[in-house]
Design a protein around this ligand. Structure first.
Ligand code: BTN
Length: 321
C-alpha cells in the first residue's frame, strides 16, 4: 500500500465507526479532497468498508482480517498464519500443511468460512461467514496423557475473553464447549498424533460464533448463539483474535510453568457442568448422575451415579438440570 493510502487508513482506524471529514483528512495529509476520495475508493475495493457521507465525510465500519497485525503481536504460539476467506475445513488444511512441512510448529490456519466444517464425533460444524474458524498446529513437549490440558487451556481462554471484553456470561461445558446463556458459542476439536511417551503433533481446532446473526441459529434449529446475537454489536475479527491469543498465551504459559491445577480450577469456576445433573454418552455406555468435579491430574469428569462415583475421560455431555 502506498504511504498516503496507509495514512488515510490510519486516520480512519483511529476513528473506527465515526465519521472524519474529507477536508480534515486532506489537510492532514496535504493532498486534495479528490485525492482523498480516490484513496477511499481504492480501500473499499480492497475489502475495507468505508461509508461516504457528503456532509459528514468518511466512516470506516469494517476492516478485513489482517494476519500481519496478529503476527506483529509476537504471540508465543503463532509464528506463521495461513489465512483463507473460504475453505473446506481448517483441520484438513492444517493436516496438509503438516504433511508437506513436517518440521513446522506454532502455525495458525484460519478461515472466515468453511464449507465442510467438522465437529466432534463426526458431526458437522456449521461455519457461515461471520464466525472465526481456526486450527493451531502445535508440537508441545508434553507427555501424551497431558494433551487433554489443551482443551482446558483453550476453553478457559475463550470464556475469559468473552467475559472480559464482551461482558458475556460465558461458561465452560465439559468436555470441549463454551456456552453463553446455555447456548453454544464455541466448540473445540483436538486431534493429536503421539507415541508411547511423546506427542508428535496436535491440531487444536476452534470454531467461535462471532458475527453470526441470531436468525441463522433459528433457521438451522441450533441451540447456539454468537457475540453479535448476544450484544447486538459486530466485532472486528482481527481485534477479537488478538485479544483471544493474549489470553491463550497467558494460560498456556501457566501450563508450561506446571500450574495445571490452577488452570483446571479456573475451568471449574467457569463451569456450567459442575453441580448439574448430566447424562454422558460414551462409546459403550450412558452414565447419568451429578457432575461433581474434574480431576486436575487427568482431566476426568467425576460423576456421582446411583452406583457410586465414576471417572469419565471422554464422551458427549448433556446438561439435564
Ligand atoms: C465441536 O464442538 O464439535 C467442535 C467444533 C470444532 C469446530 C472447529 S472450526 C475450526 C476447525 N475446523 C473444523 O473443521 N473444525 C474445527
Amino acid at each position: 500500500m502506498k504511504n498516503k493510502t496507509l495514512k488515510v487508513l490510519e486516520i480512519l482506524k483511529q476513528n473506527f465507526n465515526n465519521f472524519v471529514s474529507g477536508e480534515n483528512i486532506a489537510k492532514l495529509l496535504k493532498i486534495s479532497r479528490v485525492g482523498v476520495y480516490k484513496i477511499i475508493n481504492k480501500l473499499n475495493e480492497e475489502g475495507y468498508k468505508i461509508i461516504k457521507n457528503k456532509r459528514l465525510g468518511y466512516k470506516l465500519v469494517y476492516k478485513p482480517f489482517s494476519p500481519e497485525e496478529i503476527l506483529k503481536q509476537n504471540f508465543s504460539l503463532v509464528k506463521k498464519i495461513y489465512y483463507y476467506k473460504t475453505i473446506t475445513s481448517t483441520m484438513d488444511v492444517a493436516k496438509e500443511v503438516l504433511s508437506s512441512q513436517p518440521q513446522i510448529d506454532k502455525v495458525l490456519v484460519i478461515a472466515e468460512q468453511q464449507t465442510e466444517g467438522k465437529g466432534r464425533i463426526q458431526r458437522k460444524w456449521f461455519s457461515p461467514e461471520g464466525g472465526v474458524y481456526f486450527s493451531l498446529i502445535l508440537k508441545p513437549q508434553i507427555e501424551p496423557n497431558k494433551v487433554f490440558m489443551l482443551n482446558y487451556i483453550l476453553s478457559v481462554a475463550i470464556a475469559e475473553v468473552l467475559r472480559k471484553k464482551y461482558f458475556l456470561n460465558a461458561t465452560t461445558k465439559w468436555p470441549n464447549d463454551v456456552l453463553v446463556n446455555d447456548k453454544k458459542i464455541c466448540g473445540i476439536l483436538i486431534e493429536a498424533d503421539s507415541e508411547i511417551d511423546k506427542v508428535n503433533w496436535c491440531i487444536i481446532g476452534v470454531g467461535i460464533n462471532v458475527n453470526i446473526k441470531k436468525e441463522f441459529f433459528i433457521n438451522h434449529n441450533l441451540q447456539a448463539t454468537s457475540i453479535l446475537a448476544e450484544t447486538k454489536l459486530s466485532c472486528v475479527l482481527t481485534k477479537f483474535l488478538i485479544d483471544l491469543f493474549k489470553e491463550i498465551d497467558k494460560w498456556y504459559q501457566m501450563f508450561v510453568q506446571n500450574k495445571q491445577k490452577i488452570i483446571v480450577e479456573k475451568w471449574i469456576k467457569l463451569s456450567s457442568t459442575i453441580g448439574k445433573e448430566v447424562e454422558i454418552i460414551t462409546f459403550n455406555e450412558k452414565i447419568k448422575g451429578i457432575a461433581e468435579k474434574v480431576v486436575p491430574e487427568t482431566g476426568a469428569l467425576v460423576v456421582k451415579t446411583k452406583s457410586g462415583l465414576k471417572e469419565i475421560f471422554s464422551g458427549d455431555c448433556i446438561h439435564l438440570r
